[in-house]
Design a protein around this ligand. Sequence first.
Ligand code: AMP
Ligand code: MG
Length: 519
Amino acid sequence: MKSITLHNNFTKELPGDENTSNARRQVYKASYSYAEPLSPSNPSMIITSKDMGKSLGLDNMASEEFLHLMTGKKIVAKSSPYAMCYGGHQFGHWAGQLGDGRAINLGEIKHDGKSWVLQLKGAGPTPYSRGADGLAVLRSSVREFLCSESMFYLGVSTTRALSLALTGDKVLRDVLYDGNPIYEKGAIVCRVSESFIRIGNFELQSARKDLDSLKILADFTIRHFYPNLKGQGKDLYLSFFRAVAARTASMIIDWQRVGFVHGVMNTDNMSILGQTIDYGPYGWLENYDEEWTPNTTDQEHRRYRFGNQGSVALWNLTQLANALYPLIEDVPALEISLDEYRTNYLKDYHKMLNTKIGLTKMKGNDEKLNKDLHDLMIHTQTDMTIFYRQLSLFEVDKPSEHLRLVKDACYIGDVVFNENKEAWLNWLVRYACRLTEESKPEEERRANMNGVNPKYVLRNYMAQLAIEEADKGNYALIHELHDLLKNPYEEQPEMQKWFAMRPSWALNKAACSQLSCSS
Ligand code: AMP
Ligand code: MG
Protein backbone atom coordinates (compact mmCIF):
# COMPACT_ATOMS: atom_id res chain seq x y z
CA MET A 1 0.00 0.00 0.00
CA LYS A 2 1.21 3.46 -0.90
CA SER A 3 1.87 5.03 2.50
CA ILE A 4 -0.80 7.39 3.74
CA THR A 5 0.02 11.03 4.36
CA LEU A 6 -2.14 12.74 6.92
CA HIS A 7 -2.53 16.50 7.24
CA ASN A 8 -3.27 18.43 10.38
CA ASN A 9 -5.32 21.51 9.46
CA PHE A 10 -7.47 21.14 12.55
CA THR A 11 -4.62 20.98 15.04
CA LYS A 12 -2.51 23.53 13.16
CA GLU A 13 -5.16 26.18 12.88
CA LEU A 14 -7.06 25.80 16.15
CA PRO A 15 -5.88 26.28 19.73
CA GLY A 16 -4.80 23.02 21.40
CA ASP A 17 -4.58 21.78 24.96
CA GLU A 18 -1.05 22.27 26.31
CA ASN A 19 -1.43 19.38 28.71
CA THR A 20 -0.53 16.22 26.78
CA SER A 21 -1.38 13.66 29.45
CA ASN A 22 -4.41 11.43 28.97
CA ALA A 23 -5.87 12.27 32.41
CA ARG A 24 -9.56 13.08 32.35
CA ARG A 25 -10.06 16.77 32.94
CA GLN A 26 -11.77 20.00 31.98
CA VAL A 27 -9.94 21.49 29.02
CA TYR A 28 -10.02 25.27 28.65
CA LYS A 29 -9.04 27.63 25.84
CA ALA A 30 -8.58 24.76 23.42
CA SER A 31 -10.48 22.97 20.65
CA TYR A 32 -8.72 19.63 21.12
CA SER A 33 -6.30 17.54 23.17
CA TYR A 34 -3.74 15.12 21.79
CA ALA A 35 -4.71 11.48 22.43
CA GLU A 36 -3.08 8.25 21.25
CA PRO A 37 -5.18 5.21 20.38
CA LEU A 38 -4.72 2.09 22.52
CA SER A 39 -2.84 -0.69 20.79
CA PRO A 40 -5.33 -3.54 20.17
CA SER A 41 -4.10 -7.02 21.06
CA ASN A 42 -5.22 -8.91 17.97
CA PRO A 43 -6.93 -6.76 15.35
CA SER A 44 -8.79 -8.23 12.38
CA MET A 45 -10.75 -6.57 9.59
CA ILE A 46 -14.44 -7.37 9.15
CA ILE A 47 -15.38 -5.12 6.24
CA THR A 48 -14.23 -2.03 4.41
CA SER A 49 -16.06 0.42 2.19
CA LYS A 50 -14.40 0.23 -1.21
CA ASP A 51 -16.22 3.30 -2.48
CA MET A 52 -15.12 5.39 0.47
CA GLY A 53 -11.60 4.10 0.05
CA LYS A 54 -11.65 5.16 -3.60
CA SER A 55 -12.74 8.67 -2.65
CA LEU A 56 -9.73 8.78 -0.35
CA GLY A 57 -7.36 7.42 -2.99
CA LEU A 58 -6.62 4.28 -0.95
CA ASP A 59 -5.53 1.47 -3.20
CA ASN A 60 -5.09 -1.53 -0.93
CA MET A 61 -7.38 -1.91 2.00
CA ALA A 62 -6.54 -5.60 2.40
CA SER A 63 -3.04 -4.95 3.68
CA GLU A 64 -1.83 -5.45 7.22
CA GLU A 65 -0.63 -1.87 7.28
CA PHE A 66 -4.15 -0.63 6.58
CA LEU A 67 -5.59 -2.88 9.30
CA HIS A 68 -3.07 -1.49 11.76
CA LEU A 69 -3.92 2.09 10.87
CA MET A 70 -7.65 1.43 11.14
CA THR A 71 -7.33 -0.05 14.62
CA GLY A 72 -4.77 2.28 16.17
CA LYS A 73 -2.06 -0.39 16.23
CA LYS A 74 0.12 1.91 14.17
CA ILE A 75 0.01 5.66 13.74
CA VAL A 76 0.78 7.37 10.44
CA ALA A 77 4.28 8.91 10.56
CA LYS A 78 4.31 12.57 11.65
CA SER A 79 0.59 12.62 12.44
CA SER A 80 -0.68 13.67 15.86
CA PRO A 81 -4.01 12.08 16.75
CA TYR A 82 -6.36 14.18 18.83
CA ALA A 83 -9.75 14.25 20.56
CA MET A 84 -12.06 17.24 20.08
CA CYS A 85 -13.33 19.39 22.92
CA TYR A 86 -17.04 20.12 22.85
CA GLY A 87 -20.05 20.41 25.12
CA GLY A 88 -23.73 19.94 24.54
CA HIS A 89 -27.33 19.96 25.63
CA GLN A 90 -28.44 16.43 26.43
CA PHE A 91 -32.20 15.84 26.48
CA GLY A 92 -32.72 19.60 26.79
CA HIS A 93 -30.26 20.21 29.63
CA TRP A 94 -26.86 21.81 29.46
CA ALA A 95 -24.29 19.09 30.20
CA GLY A 96 -21.08 21.15 30.12
CA GLN A 97 -17.94 19.65 28.63
CA LEU A 98 -18.38 16.31 26.83
CA GLY A 99 -15.83 15.94 24.01
CA ASP A 100 -14.59 12.94 22.06
CA GLY A 101 -14.64 10.40 24.87
CA ARG A 102 -14.24 7.44 22.56
CA ALA A 103 -13.25 8.89 19.24
CA ILE A 104 -9.73 9.72 18.17
CA ASN A 105 -9.08 11.74 15.02
CA LEU A 106 -6.07 10.55 13.10
CA GLY A 107 -5.78 13.57 10.78
CA GLU A 108 -6.89 14.52 7.28
CA ILE A 109 -6.41 12.83 3.92
CA LYS A 110 -6.41 15.12 0.92
CA HIS A 111 -7.54 13.59 -2.34
CA ASP A 112 -9.09 14.90 -5.55
CA GLY A 113 -9.34 18.42 -4.16
CA LYS A 114 -11.18 17.29 -1.02
CA SER A 115 -10.05 16.92 2.55
CA TRP A 116 -11.36 14.13 4.77
CA VAL A 117 -10.85 13.53 8.50
CA LEU A 118 -10.31 9.91 9.59
CA GLN A 119 -11.67 9.17 13.04
CA LEU A 120 -11.41 5.92 15.02
CA LYS A 121 -14.48 5.31 17.17
CA GLY A 122 -13.72 3.03 20.11
CA ALA A 123 -9.91 3.33 20.05
CA GLY A 124 -9.45 4.03 23.74
CA PRO A 125 -9.82 6.71 26.38
CA THR A 126 -9.10 10.40 25.96
CA PRO A 127 -9.13 13.34 28.39
CA TYR A 128 -12.88 13.53 27.60
CA SER A 129 -13.80 9.96 28.54
CA ARG A 130 -15.14 10.96 31.96
CA GLY A 131 -16.11 7.75 33.79
CA ALA A 132 -16.11 5.53 30.70
CA ASP A 133 -13.58 3.36 28.87
CA GLY A 134 -13.32 4.95 25.43
CA LEU A 135 -14.18 1.64 23.76
CA ALA A 136 -16.94 0.39 21.48
CA VAL A 137 -18.46 -3.05 21.09
CA LEU A 138 -19.10 -5.10 17.97
CA ARG A 139 -22.88 -4.66 17.98
CA SER A 140 -22.85 -0.85 18.03
CA SER A 141 -20.02 -0.75 15.51
CA VAL A 142 -21.86 -3.02 13.04
CA ARG A 143 -24.87 -0.73 13.43
CA GLU A 144 -22.82 2.39 12.76
CA PHE A 145 -20.96 0.92 9.79
CA LEU A 146 -24.04 -0.42 8.01
CA CYS A 147 -26.35 2.49 8.76
CA SER A 148 -24.01 5.32 7.86
CA GLU A 149 -23.17 3.54 4.61
CA SER A 150 -26.84 2.95 3.91
CA MET A 151 -27.71 6.59 4.55
CA PHE A 152 -25.05 7.69 2.09
CA TYR A 153 -26.49 5.54 -0.68
CA LEU A 154 -29.99 6.75 0.19
CA GLY A 155 -28.73 10.24 -0.57
CA VAL A 156 -28.99 11.43 3.04
CA SER A 157 -26.23 13.72 4.26
CA THR A 158 -24.08 11.68 6.65
CA THR A 159 -20.64 10.92 8.01
CA ARG A 160 -19.19 7.84 6.29
CA ALA A 161 -17.58 4.61 7.42
CA LEU A 162 -14.33 3.37 5.92
CA SER A 163 -13.79 0.19 7.91
CA LEU A 164 -15.08 -2.02 10.69
CA ALA A 165 -12.55 -4.13 12.58
CA LEU A 166 -12.33 -6.21 15.73
CA THR A 167 -9.68 -5.26 18.27
CA GLY A 168 -9.31 -8.76 19.70
CA ASP A 169 -10.00 -7.32 23.17
CA LYS A 170 -13.03 -7.72 25.38
CA VAL A 171 -15.20 -4.85 26.55
CA LEU A 172 -17.47 -4.95 29.59
CA ARG A 173 -21.02 -3.66 29.04
CA ASP A 174 -24.23 -3.64 31.03
CA VAL A 175 -26.49 -3.91 27.99
CA LEU A 176 -29.78 -4.05 29.86
CA TYR A 177 -28.73 -1.66 32.66
CA ASP A 178 -29.65 -4.38 35.15
CA GLY A 179 -26.37 -4.63 37.02
CA ASN A 180 -25.26 -7.73 35.08
CA PRO A 181 -22.48 -6.59 32.76
CA ILE A 182 -21.03 -9.06 30.30
CA TYR A 183 -17.91 -9.10 28.15
CA GLU A 184 -18.48 -8.31 24.49
CA LYS A 185 -16.14 -8.17 21.52
CA GLY A 186 -14.40 -4.82 21.12
CA ALA A 187 -14.52 -3.15 17.70
CA ILE A 188 -13.49 0.05 15.95
CA VAL A 189 -15.19 1.86 13.10
CA CYS A 190 -13.09 4.29 11.13
CA ARG A 191 -15.46 7.16 10.37
CA VAL A 192 -14.83 9.71 7.69
CA SER A 193 -16.15 13.20 7.16
CA GLU A 194 -14.98 16.58 5.96
CA SER A 195 -15.30 17.54 9.62
CA PHE A 196 -16.70 16.20 12.87
CA ILE A 197 -17.33 19.66 14.36
CA ARG A 198 -20.71 19.79 16.12
CA ILE A 199 -23.03 22.47 17.44
CA GLY A 200 -21.61 21.53 20.85
CA ASN A 201 -18.11 22.73 19.90
CA PHE A 202 -19.46 26.28 19.59
CA GLU A 203 -21.66 25.99 22.65
CA LEU A 204 -18.83 25.06 24.97
CA GLN A 205 -16.56 27.97 24.01
CA SER A 206 -19.48 30.35 24.23
CA ALA A 207 -20.72 29.04 27.60
CA ARG A 208 -17.23 29.56 28.98
CA LYS A 209 -17.13 33.07 27.49
CA ASP A 210 -13.95 32.10 25.64
CA LEU A 211 -14.70 34.40 22.74
CA ASP A 212 -11.24 34.14 21.21
CA SER A 213 -11.56 30.37 20.79
CA LEU A 214 -15.17 30.77 19.62
CA LYS A 215 -14.18 33.21 16.89
CA ILE A 216 -11.21 31.11 15.76
CA LEU A 217 -13.49 28.06 15.56
CA ALA A 218 -16.17 29.93 13.57
CA ASP A 219 -13.57 31.37 11.19
CA PHE A 220 -12.00 27.93 10.69
CA THR A 221 -15.37 26.31 10.00
CA ILE A 222 -16.41 28.98 7.52
CA ARG A 223 -13.04 29.06 5.76
CA HIS A 224 -12.91 25.30 5.21
CA PHE A 225 -16.52 24.16 5.01
CA TYR A 226 -18.58 27.19 4.01
CA PRO A 227 -16.08 28.94 1.70
CA ASN A 228 -18.77 30.42 -0.55
CA LEU A 229 -20.39 32.58 2.12
CA LYS A 230 -20.13 36.28 1.41
CA GLY A 231 -19.78 39.20 3.77
CA GLN A 232 -17.61 40.06 6.71
CA GLY A 233 -17.77 40.23 10.46
CA LYS A 234 -21.27 39.94 11.93
CA ASP A 235 -22.89 39.53 8.50
CA LEU A 236 -20.66 36.61 7.69
CA TYR A 237 -21.41 34.85 11.00
CA LEU A 238 -25.12 35.39 10.45
CA SER A 239 -24.89 33.90 6.93
CA PHE A 240 -22.99 31.00 8.45
CA PHE A 241 -25.78 30.39 10.94
CA ARG A 242 -28.39 30.50 8.19
CA ALA A 243 -26.38 28.09 6.05
CA VAL A 244 -26.08 25.60 8.94
CA ALA A 245 -29.85 25.89 9.50
CA ALA A 246 -30.56 25.24 5.80
CA ARG A 247 -28.33 22.15 5.70
CA THR A 248 -29.85 20.85 8.93
CA ALA A 249 -33.38 21.28 7.56
CA SER A 250 -32.56 19.38 4.43
CA MET A 251 -31.00 16.51 6.42
CA ILE A 252 -34.04 16.18 8.69
CA ILE A 253 -36.42 16.21 5.74
CA ASP A 254 -34.45 13.32 4.31
CA TRP A 255 -34.74 11.48 7.63
CA GLN A 256 -38.51 11.96 7.49
CA ARG A 257 -38.56 10.82 3.88
CA VAL A 258 -36.83 7.50 4.54
CA GLY A 259 -38.25 6.83 8.03
CA PHE A 260 -35.05 7.25 10.05
CA VAL A 261 -35.18 8.11 13.75
CA HIS A 262 -31.85 9.31 15.13
CA GLY A 263 -32.75 8.65 18.75
CA VAL A 264 -30.28 11.01 20.51
CA MET A 265 -30.46 14.43 18.89
CA ASN A 266 -28.46 16.10 21.64
CA THR A 267 -26.58 19.19 20.43
CA ASP A 268 -23.28 17.30 20.77
CA ASN A 269 -24.66 14.89 18.17
CA MET A 270 -25.58 17.59 15.64
CA SER A 271 -22.96 18.14 12.96
CA ILE A 272 -22.17 21.72 11.94
CA LEU A 273 -22.20 20.43 8.34
CA GLY A 274 -25.76 19.14 8.59
CA GLN A 275 -24.62 15.51 8.42
CA THR A 276 -26.18 12.60 10.25
CA ILE A 277 -23.63 11.80 12.95
CA ASP A 278 -23.25 9.46 15.93
CA TYR A 279 -25.28 6.39 15.10
CA GLY A 280 -26.35 5.11 18.51
CA PRO A 281 -29.85 3.95 19.45
CA TYR A 282 -31.26 4.93 16.04
CA GLY A 283 -34.05 3.03 14.35
CA TRP A 284 -36.18 2.78 11.22
CA LEU A 285 -39.92 3.14 11.21
CA GLU A 286 -41.66 -0.06 10.38
CA ASN A 287 -45.32 0.68 11.05
CA TYR A 288 -45.71 4.41 10.48
CA ASP A 289 -45.80 6.03 13.91
CA GLU A 290 -44.91 9.64 14.62
CA GLU A 291 -44.62 8.89 18.35
CA TRP A 292 -42.01 6.20 17.96
CA THR A 293 -38.49 6.43 19.30
CA PRO A 294 -36.08 3.52 19.40
CA ASN A 295 -34.25 4.95 22.43
CA THR A 296 -35.26 3.26 25.70
CA THR A 297 -33.72 6.15 27.67
CA ASP A 298 -36.28 8.46 26.04
CA GLN A 299 -39.42 6.34 26.48
CA GLU A 300 -41.08 8.65 28.96
CA HIS A 301 -40.89 12.03 27.22
CA ARG A 302 -40.15 10.84 23.68
CA ARG A 303 -38.29 14.05 22.97
CA TYR A 304 -36.53 12.46 20.01
CA ARG A 305 -39.55 10.68 18.50
CA PHE A 306 -39.92 10.51 14.70
CA GLY A 307 -42.55 13.25 14.49
CA ASN A 308 -40.53 15.66 16.62
CA GLN A 309 -37.23 15.65 14.74
CA GLY A 310 -37.92 18.87 12.81
CA SER A 311 -38.83 20.74 16.02
CA VAL A 312 -35.87 19.36 17.94
CA ALA A 313 -33.56 20.52 15.16
CA LEU A 314 -35.05 23.99 15.59
CA TRP A 315 -34.43 23.80 19.34
CA ASN A 316 -30.85 22.73 18.67
CA LEU A 317 -30.34 25.53 16.17
CA THR A 318 -31.62 27.95 18.80
CA GLN A 319 -28.77 26.76 21.03
CA LEU A 320 -26.36 27.39 18.16
CA ALA A 321 -27.84 30.88 17.75
CA ASN A 322 -27.24 31.52 21.45
CA ALA A 323 -23.69 30.23 21.14
CA LEU A 324 -22.91 32.43 18.13
CA TYR A 325 -24.63 35.47 19.64
CA PRO A 326 -21.39 37.09 20.91
CA LEU A 327 -20.13 37.13 17.29
CA ILE A 328 -23.40 38.48 15.84
CA GLU A 329 -24.98 40.56 18.64
CA ASP A 330 -28.25 40.92 16.78
CA VAL A 331 -31.17 39.11 18.41
CA PRO A 332 -33.83 40.14 15.84
CA ALA A 333 -31.65 38.94 12.96
CA LEU A 334 -31.14 35.57 14.65
CA GLU A 335 -34.85 35.29 15.41
CA ILE A 336 -35.68 36.02 11.79
CA SER A 337 -33.24 33.30 10.72
CA LEU A 338 -34.86 30.81 13.09
CA ASP A 339 -38.29 31.75 11.71
CA GLU A 340 -36.91 31.25 8.26
CA TYR A 341 -35.81 27.75 9.24
CA ARG A 342 -39.30 27.00 10.57
CA THR A 343 -41.04 28.29 7.43
CA ASN A 344 -38.64 26.68 4.97
CA TYR A 345 -38.65 23.42 6.87
CA LEU A 346 -42.43 23.15 6.74
CA LYS A 347 -42.61 24.15 3.11
CA ASP A 348 -39.95 21.65 2.05
CA TYR A 349 -41.37 18.96 4.32
CA HIS A 350 -44.77 19.17 2.65
CA LYS A 351 -43.14 19.25 -0.76
CA MET A 352 -41.21 16.11 0.16
CA LEU A 353 -44.41 14.36 1.28
CA ASN A 354 -45.93 15.18 -2.08
CA THR A 355 -43.00 13.64 -3.94
CA LYS A 356 -43.50 10.45 -1.92
CA ILE A 357 -46.98 10.10 -3.36
CA GLY A 358 -45.86 11.09 -6.84
CA LEU A 359 -47.19 14.66 -6.96
CA THR A 360 -44.99 17.30 -8.46
CA LYS A 361 -47.03 20.45 -7.76
CA MET A 362 -48.42 21.65 -4.42
CA LYS A 363 -52.18 22.18 -4.28
CA GLY A 364 -54.35 23.58 -1.50
CA ASN A 365 -55.61 20.26 -0.14
CA ASP A 366 -52.40 18.27 -0.44
CA GLU A 367 -51.38 18.77 3.18
CA LYS A 368 -54.73 17.34 4.22
CA LEU A 369 -54.35 14.46 1.77
CA ASN A 370 -50.99 13.54 3.32
CA LYS A 371 -52.23 14.08 6.88
CA ASP A 372 -55.23 11.79 6.28
CA LEU A 373 -52.91 9.22 4.77
CA HIS A 374 -50.67 9.30 7.83
CA ASP A 375 -53.65 9.01 10.18
CA LEU A 376 -54.76 5.92 8.30
CA MET A 377 -51.27 4.46 8.31
CA ILE A 378 -51.02 5.01 12.06
CA HIS A 379 -54.42 3.51 12.66
CA THR A 380 -53.84 0.42 10.57
CA GLN A 381 -50.15 0.08 11.46
CA THR A 382 -48.96 0.33 7.90
CA ASP A 383 -45.35 -0.45 7.05
CA MET A 384 -43.91 2.82 5.81
CA THR A 385 -41.31 1.47 3.39
CA ILE A 386 -43.55 -1.15 1.81
CA PHE A 387 -46.59 1.10 1.52
CA TYR A 388 -44.84 3.98 -0.23
CA ARG A 389 -42.86 1.72 -2.50
CA GLN A 390 -45.98 -0.19 -3.57
CA LEU A 391 -47.87 3.05 -4.13
CA SER A 392 -45.95 3.54 -7.37
CA LEU A 393 -47.96 0.56 -8.70
CA PHE A 394 -51.23 2.43 -8.12
CA GLU A 395 -53.45 2.66 -11.19
CA VAL A 396 -55.59 5.76 -11.39
CA ASP A 397 -58.57 3.98 -12.94
CA LYS A 398 -58.53 1.09 -10.44
CA PRO A 399 -58.26 2.56 -6.91
CA SER A 400 -60.06 -0.34 -5.25
CA GLU A 401 -57.60 -2.84 -6.67
CA HIS A 402 -54.85 -1.21 -4.68
CA LEU A 403 -56.60 -2.13 -1.41
CA ARG A 404 -55.02 -5.57 -1.44
CA LEU A 405 -51.50 -4.12 -1.55
CA VAL A 406 -52.36 -1.75 1.30
CA LYS A 407 -53.70 -4.62 3.36
CA ASP A 408 -50.56 -6.64 2.79
CA ALA A 409 -48.51 -3.76 4.21
CA CYS A 410 -50.47 -3.53 7.48
CA TYR A 411 -49.45 -5.15 10.76
CA ILE A 412 -53.02 -5.27 12.12
CA GLY A 413 -55.27 -8.27 11.50
CA ASP A 414 -58.20 -8.64 9.10
CA VAL A 415 -60.82 -7.38 11.53
CA VAL A 416 -59.26 -3.97 12.12
CA PHE A 417 -58.33 -3.66 8.48
CA ASN A 418 -61.89 -4.39 7.40
CA GLU A 419 -63.16 -1.73 9.80
CA ASN A 420 -60.91 0.76 7.99
CA LYS A 421 -61.44 -0.54 4.47
CA GLU A 422 -63.95 2.16 3.58
CA ALA A 423 -61.64 4.89 4.85
CA TRP A 424 -58.75 3.48 2.85
CA LEU A 425 -60.86 3.22 -0.27
CA ASN A 426 -61.98 6.79 0.21
CA TRP A 427 -58.41 7.93 0.43
CA LEU A 428 -57.39 5.97 -2.64
CA VAL A 429 -60.23 7.52 -4.64
CA ARG A 430 -59.22 11.03 -3.54
CA TYR A 431 -55.67 10.19 -4.47
CA ALA A 432 -56.74 8.96 -7.91
CA CYS A 433 -58.56 12.27 -8.51
CA ARG A 434 -55.54 14.26 -7.46
CA LEU A 435 -53.26 12.24 -9.76
CA THR A 436 -55.67 12.73 -12.63
CA GLU A 437 -55.46 16.50 -12.10
CA GLU A 438 -51.70 16.38 -12.51
CA SER A 439 -51.96 14.11 -15.55
CA LYS A 440 -48.31 13.06 -15.51
CA PRO A 441 -47.47 9.99 -17.60
CA GLU A 442 -47.68 6.91 -15.38
CA GLU A 443 -44.14 5.78 -16.20
CA GLU A 444 -42.69 9.12 -15.18
CA ARG A 445 -44.63 9.18 -11.92
CA ARG A 446 -43.44 5.66 -11.08
CA ALA A 447 -39.82 6.47 -11.77
CA ASN A 448 -40.04 9.66 -9.68
CA MET A 449 -41.63 7.83 -6.78
CA ASN A 450 -39.14 5.00 -6.87
CA GLY A 451 -36.37 7.57 -6.72
CA VAL A 452 -37.54 8.94 -3.37
CA ASN A 453 -39.17 5.90 -1.75
CA PRO A 454 -36.46 3.33 -1.01
CA LYS A 455 -37.18 -0.32 -1.56
CA TYR A 456 -34.53 -1.46 0.94
CA VAL A 457 -33.69 0.11 4.29
CA LEU A 458 -31.76 -1.26 7.26
CA ARG A 459 -34.69 -2.54 9.25
CA ASN A 460 -33.93 -2.89 12.93
CA TYR A 461 -34.12 -6.67 12.86
CA MET A 462 -31.83 -6.90 9.82
CA ALA A 463 -29.04 -5.12 11.69
CA GLN A 464 -29.66 -7.40 14.66
CA LEU A 465 -29.41 -10.57 12.54
CA ALA A 466 -26.12 -9.33 11.11
CA ILE A 467 -24.86 -8.61 14.64
CA GLU A 468 -25.78 -12.06 15.95
CA GLU A 469 -24.00 -13.73 13.03
CA ALA A 470 -20.97 -11.46 13.41
CA ASP A 471 -20.75 -12.30 17.07
CA LYS A 472 -20.30 -15.94 16.03
CA GLY A 473 -17.56 -14.90 13.62
CA ASN A 474 -19.68 -15.05 10.48
CA TYR A 475 -19.60 -11.81 8.50
CA ALA A 476 -21.45 -12.91 5.37
CA LEU A 477 -24.63 -11.10 6.33
CA ILE A 478 -22.81 -7.83 6.99
CA HIS A 479 -21.41 -8.06 3.47
CA GLU A 480 -24.78 -9.02 2.02
CA LEU A 481 -26.56 -6.10 3.67
CA HIS A 482 -23.79 -3.69 2.74
CA ASP A 483 -24.16 -4.72 -0.92
CA LEU A 484 -27.95 -4.64 -0.77
CA LEU A 485 -28.06 -1.16 0.72
CA LYS A 486 -25.73 0.29 -1.90
CA ASN A 487 -28.69 0.36 -4.28
CA PRO A 488 -31.66 1.05 -2.04
CA TYR A 489 -33.87 2.45 -4.81
CA GLU A 490 -33.21 -0.33 -7.34
CA GLU A 491 -35.23 -3.48 -7.78
CA GLN A 492 -32.98 -6.37 -6.71
CA PRO A 493 -35.10 -9.47 -7.40
CA GLU A 494 -32.61 -11.85 -5.79
CA MET A 495 -32.82 -9.78 -2.60
CA GLN A 496 -36.62 -9.65 -2.44
CA LYS A 497 -36.58 -11.35 0.99
CA TRP A 498 -35.42 -8.01 2.47
CA PHE A 499 -38.44 -6.22 1.04
CA ALA A 500 -40.69 -7.75 3.64
CA MET A 501 -42.63 -6.83 6.73
CA ARG A 502 -40.92 -7.03 10.10
CA PRO A 503 -41.18 -10.67 11.23
CA SER A 504 -43.35 -11.14 14.31
CA TRP A 505 -40.45 -12.50 16.40
CA ALA A 506 -38.74 -9.11 16.06
CA LEU A 507 -41.55 -7.04 17.52
CA ASN A 508 -40.54 -7.23 21.15
CA LYS A 509 -37.06 -8.64 20.88
CA ALA A 510 -34.43 -6.44 22.57
CA ALA A 511 -32.39 -4.48 20.03
CA CYS A 512 -34.89 -5.16 17.24
CA SER A 513 -37.29 -2.48 18.33
CA GLN A 514 -35.67 -0.65 21.21
CA LEU A 515 -32.10 0.15 22.16
CA SER A 516 -30.27 1.81 24.99
CA CYS A 517 -27.40 4.28 24.71
CA SER A 518 -25.05 1.70 26.25
CA SER A 519 -22.58 0.79 23.55
P1 AMP B 1 -23.19 9.74 22.76
O1 AMP B 1 -24.51 9.75 23.45
O2 AMP B 1 -22.74 8.39 22.27
O3 AMP B 1 -23.11 10.76 21.68
O4 AMP B 1 -22.08 10.12 23.86
C1 AMP B 1 -22.16 11.26 24.67
C2 AMP B 1 -20.81 11.55 25.28
O5 AMP B 1 -20.34 10.43 26.02
C3 AMP B 1 -19.71 11.89 24.28
O6 AMP B 1 -18.87 12.84 24.86
C4 AMP B 1 -19.01 10.56 24.11
O7 AMP B 1 -17.69 10.72 23.69
C5 AMP B 1 -19.08 10.00 25.53
N1 AMP B 1 -19.03 8.54 25.53
C6 AMP B 1 -19.98 7.67 25.12
N2 AMP B 1 -19.58 6.39 25.27
C7 AMP B 1 -18.32 6.44 25.79
C8 AMP B 1 -17.36 5.46 26.16
N3 AMP B 1 -17.58 4.16 26.05
N4 AMP B 1 -16.17 5.92 26.66
C9 AMP B 1 -15.92 7.22 26.78
N5 AMP B 1 -16.78 8.19 26.45
C10 AMP B 1 -17.98 7.81 25.96
MG1 MG C 1 -22.04 11.67 20.54
